[in-house]
Every structure is written in structure tokens, then in C-alpha cells.
Design a protein around this ligand. Structure first.
Ligand code: NAD
Ligand code: UPG
Length: 441
């Protein structure tokens, strides 16, 4: 098929590349000219394992193209995907301005029958708004072209985006016609070599499914974080409790890791948007509200432990931060707990020495820009010199089994704050460390 993917960010670039990999001819469109020019030169704007070689291969094979010219791409197109951002608006609801701008652009330029697929995460009812906007533009042009708006929310995780897209647990598609369903089924058929996981439903239910999936996962995390705080008070070990409950197949092990709270470009904004949607319909969501509140507090648990150990005034103290991105295997720092924790420590007078395998540029140039007293180091060990403690915030693989003798030799005091419980099994106290983790005293 000939596909146009509009919005070449995490979702658009990964989806477009994977569709090309499966034999389709794809044009990825963006309004960011620099991004498109870079991509044409083989420069990939994000770090995502496996993405770069796949982009380069498909560009070489002429199956993947990058352009800013939507009108041209729509001339020969069977399906157009909308994959632009839906950031948090001022009142917490999803900001639809980019989605509706794209709808308007499609309406201005489409030439023949088209399926428009909404891949961005959007509130229930957005497909109707996209439909209206396209229809409005067609009426202005005084043309009558057949089209359908389909919902196809994306469930990929950053850091594992390529494998999630190529081997999805399921593909959810919201359609109004059998024809659109058949086309979407044919597009995704090559992704289901082992087991058919294509789920079709009505458009509104598909739109809702995306928010509910993210809110459910966020709920599991906040629940475990709340449990971790109780564990500390009653003298239990959350790491053992996690294994104890996860072994029940009804509960399962996934997404019950306690830590410094969930971050990223999705959970924080999508939980808020679902809450806002409910409120707009006159319902006060209590559980979803609590999920958000627990998460906001959880980001500060490690900072509070540091204050409890070193005092409220952290002047003259230096902390070695290991990990800045919101999770491992990505350079994405959107809503990363590290932003909040570092700012809280600096506000109390502390100096920071930070290292992250991939996210230092993002931190320096944007997310922690202007925050004084941060030194970015070339390696994890370089952060430790003159530091009062090491603070682990992202569980990158290279942090998993470090040389603890080296850590002890370099630190001023042998103190570790572990915001992701990476070393909970290692008996660091026996190695001479004062060790603080989440959910165990
Ligand atoms: N990042 C994820 O892991 C993930 C996973 C699943 C779903 N989602 C959802 O997918 C959507 C996109 O997220 P993202 O992380 O890829 O966003 P992103 O910010 O990385 O990328 C969005 C891109 O859209 C471009 N854009 C904006 N307006 C445009 C226009 N009028 N025409 C063409 N391009 C335009 C921007 O320049 C940008 O490159 C969001 O709704 C998000 O919630 C994201
Ligand atoms: O047990 C866990 C699992 C995750 N996290 C945190 O939760 C956040 C989100 O992690 P993850 O879900 O792995 O990454 P995302 O890339 O944000 O992916 C989520 O958000 C995407 C965007 O909507 C969805 O497509 C994915 O299905 C959904 O997992 C991160 O800060 C993690 O550290 C925990 O604290 N404990």
C-alpha cells in the first residue's frame, strides 16, 4: 500500500519505518524542515534501539521517504496516518490543535478516496471532529471525495518501540465500515505471523481503549508505590512483596515495580486527559485522581530521603546522579522524575554531577537548561568524585553491576540512594555502604 504518515516523531517515525519494512511504500511528513532534512541525510532525531539501521535500509530500498510536502504525498496515497503530538493542554485535557490542523491540511489537499487513521492518542469523539474538519475543507473546495476516519491507537513503548510495533500484543482498530476494517486488517496481517491479534471495534471504544490501557498501567505503578511507602512504615520489604503478589497469575509481574514514579510523554498526560474527559462529562474520577496524586508525591520520595540523611540545607553537598531519561534505552526526558528530583536538590543548595548514557544533550539543552550547579560528566564514575552520595534514578543496564569498590573509593561518603531498587539484592550494607531504596527501611 501507499501510506502517508503525518508527524515524524517517536510514533510516526517508528510506525512509518516498520510499515515500510513490511513492504509498503511510506512517506513520513513533518512541518519541521530540519528534522526532515536530517532524516534525508540519515540523521535520526531520536535514540531508539534498532531504528537507525531500519530507516537507512528502507530509504535505500526506496520504500521510505521523508518530506514536508503533504499535498504531493496525498496524490498517491491509500491510507494517511495522523501521528502528531497531543500534549497536555492548560486545563489538563489533550490539546488537539495539531491533530485538527492536520485534518484541515488533509481536507485541503486530498485528491481521491482515502482512509484517514488517527494514531495519535486522542479523547473520545476526536475522530468525529477530524471528520467534520475534513468535510468542511472539501465543501470549501466544492469537491465530493469519499473518506473514512479510523481510530488506530498506538501501544508501543519507548526503548522497545521497534519490537513492540513489529510484534504487537494486539492492534486495536475502530472502524465504521467493513471496507475500512478489511483494509486495516490487510495492512496489519504481516505483523501477525504467529497469532492474529487484530481487534476491531467501534471508533469511540477504540479511542477510549488507549486511555484506559495507559491509566490501568499507571494505576498498577501508583498502587505499588503506595504499597512501598506502607512497607517502609510497617517494616516489610516491597521487593519481596512484589514477587509474592506477582506470582499470582491474576496479578502478574509486569508494571508493579516501585520506583521514583512514572514519567514519560504518555502516562502523565494521558491519566490527566482521562480525568479531564470524565469531568467534562460531569463525573468526578476518584481512583484516577489518586493515581496522579500518588505519582506526584512519589517523585519526591528519594529527595526526601536525601534531606532526612543530610538535612534541609544541602549547601556544600554534591550528589552524583546516575540516569536522567524517564526510563532506560531512550533519550526522552519528557516528565522524567530526574527533572523534579534534581531541581528539588539544587533548590536546597546542592551541587549535582550527572551522567546518562543517552539523555545528557536533552537535559542540557532543554529540560534542565538554566538550572545552575549541574555538571555533566563523561562517565558514571566521573560523577562520584567529591560527591556525598550516589543517586540512581534510571535503571540503565550499564548501572546494573557497577564496581562498588570504585564507587566507594571515589565517593566522599559510602552512601547510595537507589530510586529504582536496582541493588536491593546485593547486600550493599555488607560491602560497607549506607543503602537507601524504595519500600524498605
Ligand atoms: N511517544 C510514545 O511512546 C507514544 C506511544 C503511543 C502513542 N503516542 C501518542 O502518539 C502521538 C505522537 O506522539 P510522539 O511522542 O510521536 O510525538 P512527537 O512530539 O515525538 O512528534 C510529533 C511530530 O509531529 C510534528 N507535527 C506537528 N504538527 C504537524 C503538522 N501539522 N504536520 C506535520 N507534522 C506535524 C512535530 O513536528 C513532531 O515531529 C501523541 O498523541 C502520543 O500521545 C506516543
Ligand atoms: O513497573 C513499572 C513500569 C514502569 N514504570 C515507569 O513508568 C513509566 C512509563 O514506562 P513505560 O510504560 O515502559 O514507557 P512508555 O514509553 O511511556 O510507554 C507507555 O506509554 C506509551 C504511550 O502511550 C504506550 O504506548 C505504552 O504502551 C505504555 O507502556 C516510566 O517512567 C517507568 O519508569 C514504573 O515505575 N514501574
Amino acid at each position: 500500500m501507499n501510506l502517508t504518515v503525518i508527524g515524524t516523531g517517536y510514533v510516526g517515525l517508528v510506525s512509518g519505518t516498520c510499515f515500510a519494512e513490511m513492504g509498503n511504500t511510506v512517506t513520513c511528513i513533518d512541518i519541521d524542515e530540519k528534522k526532515i532534512n536530517d532524516l534525508k541525510k540519515g540523521i535520526i532525531p531520536i535514540y531508539e534501539p534498532g531504528l537507525e539501521p531500519m530507516v537507512i535500509k528502507n530509504v535505500k530500498n526506496n520504500t521510505l521517504h521523508f518530506s514536508t510536502d503533504l499535498a504531493h504525498s496525498l496524490k498517491k496515497c491509500d491510507i494517511a496516518f495522523i501521528a502528531v503530538g497531543t500534549p497536555m493542554g492548560e486545563d489538563g485535557s489533550a490539546d488537539l490543535q495539531y491533530v485538527l490542523q492536520v485534518a484541515s491540511d488533509i481536507g485541503k489537499h486530498m485528491q481521491q478516496k482515502l482512509i484517514i487513521v488517527d494514531k495519535s492518542t486522542v479523547p473520545v469523539g476526536t475522530a468525529d471532529k477530524v471528520h467534520e474538519e475534513i468535510k468542511k475543507q472539501l465543501e470549501i473546495r466544492n469537491v465530493d471525495i469519499d473518506f473514512e476516519v479510523v481510530s488506530n491507537p498506538e501501544f508501543l513503548k519507548e526503548g522497545a518501540a521497534i519490537s513492540d510495533f513489529l510484534k504487537p500484543d494486539r492492534v486495536v482498530v475502530g472502524v465504521a465500515s467493513k471496507e475500512a476494517e478489511d483494509t486495516m486488517r490487510a495492512l496489519y496481517a504481516p505483523f501477525f505471523r504467529i497469532k492474529d491479534a487484530f481487534i476491531s471495534m467501534d471508533v469511540r471504544s477504540a479511542e477510549m481503549t488507549k486511555y484506559v490501557a495507559n491509566a490501568m498501567l499507571a494505576t498498577k505503578i501508583s498502587f505499588m508505590n503506595e504499597v512501598s511507602n506502607i512497607c517502609e512504615l510497617v517494616g516489610a520489604d516491597v521487593n519481596k512483596v512484589r514477587i509474592g503478589i506477582g506470582s499470582d497469575s491474576r496479578i502478574g509481574y509486569s508494571f508493579i515495580y516501585p520506583g521514583s514514579g512514572y514519567g514519560g510523554s504518555c502516562f502523565p498526560k494521558d491519566v490527566k486527559a482521562l480525568k479531564r474527559s470524565a469531568q467534562q462529562h460531569g463525573y468526578t474520577p476518584r481512583l484516577i485522581d489518586a493515581v496522579e496524586k500518588v505519582n506526584n508525591d512519589q517523585k519526591m520520595v528519594i529527595a526526601n530521603k536525601i534531606v532526612a540523611k543530610f538535612g534541609k540545607d544541602l549547601k556544600g553537598h554534591t550528589f552524583a546522579i546516575w540516569g536522567l531519561s524517564f526510563k532506560p534505552e531512550t533519550d526522552d526526558m519528557r516528565e522524567a522524575p530526574a527533572i523534579y528530583i534534581i531541581k528539588a536538590l539544587v533548590e536546597k543548595g546542592a551541587k549535582i554531577k550527572a551522567y546518562d548514557p543517552k539523555a545528557m544533550h536533552e537535559a542540557q539543552s532543554f529540560y534542565l537548561k538554566g538550572v545552575k550547579d549541574i555538571e555533566y560528566c563523561e562517565s558514571k564514575y566521573d560523577t562520584l568524585n567529591e560527591a556525598n552520595a550516589m543517586v540512581l534514578l534510571t535503571e540503565w543496564k550499564e548501572f546494573r553491576s557497577p564496581d562498588f569498590e570504585e564507587i566507594k573509593n571515589r565517593l566522599k561518603e559510602a552512601v547510595i540512594f537507589d530510586g529504582r531498587n536496582q541493588y536491593s539484592n546485593l547486600n550493599l550494607e555488607n560491602k560497607g555502604f549506607e543503602y537507601y531504596q524504595i519500600g524498605k527501611k
